[in-house]
Design a protein around this ligand. Structure first.
Ligand code: PNW
Length: 480
């Protein structure tokens, strides 16, 4: 493409969907209003404020429980074609089980969905963005396989109540991240320390739960509702630190442990966990004296049941690492089983988050890796974004979006990757989990000192609005 000035390379395909995303616990507030039950993030932030950098919580957050109409207006101002938000399980089912449905919760999401549709914005719903009802954690949480059944019951309530209007569904957001809630007592809810054991049990339940919901949709809802069901998985690009075969293999392992753990059972032709994941965990488990692998196995029947249970793959992509072969993490742990040492290049641009460096070319490589590994499935970028410490003149975020979107468009136009949509994380500044309100990801600023939680567009909001309106990267940000 060196000679041809490629104007189309900077344009979004006609059917490509552009929008933005949020999550219930991060924005809603109303933590105990109108019959909502307690979830594991309520518990963690209330009982262990020391685990949150600014000792804050999501009790009020952006107050979207009351300000959803304003949120829809922000989306409208952006020109967003869709809005990805999540539903709070304990707002719908206060105890986590379907014997008691909280009608005020159903009503809230009905009003949000109707407001979106009245403004020409398509709802995209994440069923689970980390806020597990506390009563289900009291039963052990995701490591308890029975939760795959309870999750299906919850999903049935959602399809029944919202499926007439919601056509884009994601079962889970980033199981890779929330399985970490069972491997460390330091951060993610429920902060249970069972590395290399509880986290794998959680993963196992979540994969099966996802497939149950997909089959449920097929059996009871698909013919009538005609929507699509996917899952949102996060992955960092891993660039081999050297071209040695060890480092190349290390980055393949990184991908198989972090993405393949979830994507391979669902999106590969063979199904099941990746062979390298099963082999290494089994080998390490044996060496540690376990009779059986710390990673539970799916039966051949379950492998078949799970295989092919997604209409599209949601991808959350933020950053990249250099990877080389080597021992990392405690024994046992997923890091130890993976056997990769990751480092970031000090030359890569910084954000406010320690893990997030600006590596736009990693995005294109990642989309290509996924296309090659899983036979080019439809990929929906469900999150991509940049953190800073606040301010309306957010040039770092403007640079991040233009450079990452340019690389994504190369993956589409030059490499043939079937990417069908993109959601900017996030619509507005919000509760950034253990970082509290110290790291800002929003296109809109939120004043958390003001009880009204006013929202103000940043420069990046104006940029994204221009991109959506013109459906291209503005000329002033192009490389040639
Ligand atoms: C995602 N990493 O989390 C979540 O889905 C959002 O809720 C969150 O606010 C956003 O990204 C920003 O953090 C991630 O270490 C957490 O690569 C960690 C990583 C990536 C995404």
């Amino acid at each position: 493409h060196a000679e041809t000035s490629c104007d189309d390379c900077y344009k979004f395909p006609e059917l490509f969907m552009l929008g933005s995303s949020t999550a219930s616990y991060q924005i809603e507030g109303g933590w105990n209003e109108d019959g909502k039950g307690v979830n594991i993030w309520d518990t963690l932030t209330h009982d262990h404020p020391e685990l949150i950098d600014d000792k804050s919580n999501g009790d009020i957050a952006c107050d979207s429980y009351h300000k959803y109409k304003e949120d829809v207006q922000l989306l409208k101002d952006l020109g967003a074609q869709f809005y990805r938000f999540s539903i709070s399980w304990s707002r719908i089912l206060p105890n986590g089980r379907d014997n008691k449905v909280n009608l005020a919760g159903i009503d809230y999401y009905n009003r949000l969905i109707d407001e979106l549709l009245a403004n020409g914005i398509e709802p995209m719903v994440t069923m689970y963005h980390w806020d597990l009802p506390q009563p289900l954690q009291d039963l052990g949480g995701w490591p308890n396989f029975i939760l795959s059944e309870y999750f299906e019951d919850y999903a049935r309530v959602l399809f029944t109540n919202f499926g007439d209007r919601v056509k884009l569904w994601l079962t889970f957001n980033e199981p890779l991240t929330f399985m970490g809630g069972y491997s460390s007592d330091k951060d993610f809810a429920p902060a249970i320390k069972s590395p290399g054991i509880g986290d794998y049990l959680a993963a196992h339940t979540v994969i099966y739960a996802h497939s149950r919901v997909y089959h449920l949709y097929d059996q009871l809802f698909r013919t009538k509702q005609r929507g699509r069901v996917g899952i949102a998985l996060n992955i960092n690009w891993c660039e081999p630190a050297t071209n040695s075969s060890e480092d190349v293999a290390a980055c393949q392992r990184y991908h198989q442990f972090n993405l393949g753990m979830y994507a391979h059972p669902i999106f590969s032709t063979e199904g099941d966990y990746p062979a390298v994941v099963k082999d290494r965990i089994a080998r390490n488990s044996a060496a540690q004296g376990y009779t059986v692998s710390r990673l539970p196995l799916f039966t051949p029947k379950q492998v078949e049941y799970i295989r092919g249970t997604a209409d599209f793959l949601g991808v959350n992509f933020y950053t990249a690492y250099y990877g080389k072969a080597g021992e990392a993490g405690d024994s046992p742990s997923m890091a130890r089983d993976t056997g990769v040492i990751t480092i970031q290049d000090p030359a890569w641009g910084l954000s406010a988050s320690s893990w997030l460096r600006v590596v736009p070319w990693g995005f294109r490589k990642e989309l290509n890796w996924i296309a090659k590994e899983y036979g080019n499935p439809p990929v929906f970028v469900t999150e991509n974004g940049f953190s800073d410490h606040g301010g309306l003149n957010d040039t770092g975020r403007v640079h991040y979006y233009t450079s990452y979107l340019t690389e994504m468009l190369k993956a589409i136009h030059e490499d043939g990757c079937s990417v069908i949509g993109y959601a900017a994380w996030s619509l507005m500044d919000n509760f950034e989990w253990n970082r509290g309100y110290t790291e800002k990801f929003g296109l809109y600023a939120v004043d958390f000192d003001d009880p009204d939680r006013p929202r103000t567009p940043k420069e990046s909001a104006k940029l994204v609005a221009e991109i959506i309106r013109t459906r291209q990267i503005p000329e002033r940000f192009r490389e040639d």
